[in-house]
Structure formats: C-alpha cells, structure tokens
Design a protein around this ligand. Structure first.
Ligand SMILES: Nc1ncnc2c1ncn2[C@@H]1O[C@H](COP(=O)(O)OP(=O)(O)OP(=O)(O)O)[C@@H](O)[C@H]1O
Length: 306
C-alpha cells in the first residue's frame, strides 16, 4: 500500500485553476520531493493531502485512508509543517512541544528519541517564547512539534524557502535522519538543486504534474548534447551564443553557460571555434545533463530557453 496515493485531483479557487488532474504515488519509507515554481500548486496539493482542503474532483488516500471521509484518522498519521510559522508565539518552546504532544494524546517523554536530533539544538532556549526565536530556531521547533506524535509520514511545505545555505543543509540532514527512522517524507520546494536530495521527485507547473522520476531518471531524459562554457563575460555573451547556428538553447548555470545542441557532430573543439568566430573566448567542455538541466528545459515556456 502506498503511503500517499493522489488520483486525478483537480482544485479551483473561483476562476483560478490551482490543480488539474494531478496523480502521484508515494511509497512508504521514501523521501519524495514536489518541485515547482511559485504558484505551481504545491501548497494546494499539500493542503489536500493533509486533509485541510477538499478537492473538487479525484481522491487522495494516506495509508489507504480517504482524506475526505476518514480525515480524523489520517491526522494522527501525519506530521505537517506548513510554509508559514504556525505555532503559538506566546508559549515557550517547551510549552509548544507539550501542547502538540497533548493534542495527539502522547507525551514529549514518550517520543523524545524521535525529536532528540532536532530538539537538542533548541534546548538552551526552552523557556523562550516561540515568537522570540530566530527564523532557523522557529523552524526547528515547528519540525519538533510536527514529529512529536511519531507520525508515519512527515509533510513539509517549502521548509527551505528564505533559509540560509547552512540552515538548508542542516534541515536536509535532519530530514535524512528522520527518513532513516522509517518515516516517509514528502517535501515541497521551489529550489531545483534540492531535487537531488530526494529518492523520487514530481515536477509540477501551472497545476499539472509534468513527470515523476528519480533524479537520475530525469537527468537521462534531457534530449540534447550538452556543453559547459566558461567565459569571462558570460552574461554579455549569452545573446551571441544563442544566435549560433547549432544552438538549441543556452542558459546561465551558476557562473557558466550551459549550451544544448541537436547537432550530433558538435565537439568542444568545434564549439570553441564557433565561439571564437563571434568574438567569445571561452573554455568549453562536454558534460552530462543534471536534473536541473532537465527541469530548466521542461519549465521553459515552449520547452526552449532560447
Ligand atoms: N485561497 C486562494 N484563493 C485564490 N487563489 C489561490 C488561493 N490559494 C492559492 N491560490 C492560487 O492558486 C495557485 C496555486 O497556488 P499554491 O499556493 O498552491 O502554489 P505554490 O506552488 O504553493 O506556490 P507558492 O510557493 O507561491 O505558495 C496560484 O495561482 C495561487 O495564486
């Protein structure tokens, strides 16, 4: 039985179609990523899975339980960390944790082992009101509260948005250790580079799932031969590069340019010469596409960034 089964879900807010015919399946024990840009429909789908919103069409089950007719049973199985801070600001760290444990009929002591990894970083502040914590600490408290009833699946809505690089890494390390304890993790993000942290990923855009695959599987679906171009004046060279006859698409990738071509004969040498002919001096290497290259290809309006 899958941990989460989403079948043909649609949801509109008035005239805005937030989700159209969305289906996906999450296996028990996996780290599953829902990746897509702002407004793609990630929060709407998560609110439906967590029983907080009812879909217009389709159905969702969590461990075989229906999110509409069996929502009360599901809530005990799910740990949910919403995108916005949703704890009691006036309660202290300890009081918040005790409160959430109490709601689920358990105690902090009973499940301390599970939250220990996150909570020990918070312990020095346990008497501080949650509203007075730093952003990173608020998030760790929210994660502790989402875990305190030992859920079978942990669902996080964009936990790394606006979070600095160190805290992002810390959070992903925590999610991996939570997965190690047998808890299924479902996490949404707008950051494409986080896809590699997941066992499988669904790519969502404009309310539709464009595909579900492993990060490696997505990378293999990139349809072009790919080159990395290192030039001093990369940004200002981009237009000239895009106008080269063999260019299918070219885009900035970190501080280099990724150049994709349909021309099978293209080699680092031939591309280097082509660049020289338009006055661009650069180092060129052929590279393997990553999942980010595939996403950029898929998410660009007409499948071409050009
Ligand atoms: N309560 C609402 N009323 C009207 N439209 C809404 C509402 N909530 C979301 N939407 C719209 O539905 C679409 C999907 O929004 P959703 O919040 O699910 O996307 P998202 O991928 O989570 O993006 P973000 O990261 O910006 O929240 C967007 O066009 C959004 O403007």
């Amino acid at each position: 039985m899958p941990a989460i089964q989403v079948t043909n879900i649609s949801k509109s807010y008035g005239k805005v179609k937030a989700l159209t015919d969305v289906s996906l399946s999450v296996e028990e024990g996996e780290m599953f990523g829902l990746i897509g840009p702002d407004g793609a429909g990630k929060s709407t789908l998560i609110r439906i899975i967590t029983t907080l919103l009812v879909p217009d069409n389709g159905n969702v089950t969590v461990f075989g339980l229906d999110t509409v007719s069996q929502y009360k049973l599901i809530r005990g199985e799910i740990g949910y960390m919403p995108a916005v801070f949703s704890l009691y600001s006036d309660l202290t760290v300890e009081e918040n944790l005790n409160f959430f444990a109490g709601v689920f009929g358990t105690t902090v002591k009973e499940n301390y082992e599970l939250v220990k990894g996150v909570y020990h970083m918070l312990e020095p502040f346990r008497n501080r009101p949650a509203g007075k914590l730093s952003g990173g600490m608020k998030q760790k408290l929210a994660l502790s509260c989402a875990l305190i009833h030992r859920p079978r699946v942990l669902i996080l809505d964009e936990p790394t948005t606006g979070v600095d690089a160190v805290s992002r890494k810390e959070l992903w390390d925590l999610l991996h250790s939570i997965k190690q304890q047998g808890i299924t993790v479902f996490v949404s993000t707008a950051y494409m580079d986080e896809a590699k942290q997941c066992d499988r990923v669904a790519l969502i855009q404009k309310g539709r799932i464009l595909g579900t695959n492993t990060p490696e599987g997505f990378a293999e679906m990139f349809p072009y031969k790919l080159f990395s171009i290192q030039a001093n004046n990369a940004w200002s060279s981009l237009d000239a590069i895009r106008n080269l006859s063999t260019c299918e698409t070219a885009y900035m990738f970190g501080d280099s340019i990724h150049f994709a071509t349909n021309y099978n004969e293209e080699s680092p040498e031939s591309l280097h010469d082509r660049l020289m002919s338009v006055g661009v001096e650069a180092n060129v290497a052929q590279i393997q596409a990553s999942i980010e290259d595939y996403f950029i290809y898929q998410l660009s309006e007409k499948n071409l960034v050009k």
